[in-house]
Design a protein. Sequence first.
Length: 191
Amino acid sequence: MTAASERHEDPRTALADHLPSLRAFAVSLTRDSTAADDLVQDTIVKAWTNIEKFQPGTNLKAWLFTILRNTFYSDRRKRRREVQDSEGVHAASLVEKPAHDGRLAFGEFSKAFAQLSPEHREVLVLVGAEGFSYEEAAETMGVAKGTVKSRANRARARLSELMGLEEGEDVLSAAGGETLAVLGRAAIPAA
């Protein structure tokens, strides 16, 4: 096919004529025949969908090689930012609990916490949310250390009962941000 005849026909009909050269060029870039075949396929799809950008009378082979080369280097840049994780180890470390579980637990905790007596809420805020020692809480509350311990134990037991926790499960043992937020809000008197 001559350059003159290429000018007068639809360039799409000439795409197949360039497949062997495109494949050879792709193999030289990728050094992998499977990847080269994929690259040639991507090139042909891009050329076909953008054929209106081809200037009739110019070199179709050069245009196709430019598309192939640009596709190859674009893919390489993308892959540099990607993490190889065929075993799923990295992906597993990115797992996040669904937000609705936290909202459900938060709602349940808030409801139960609101049902506690003011003294129980106070001791749980000081010892649980604020991290005060029993001595510091006793000084803040103006009561004996033993009273703080007793109230804290009764408050935890009542909270566990209201939340339907099993014996031995302590609602404050693994208090997350939501739980501490409720405890912190409880320390501020409602207006």
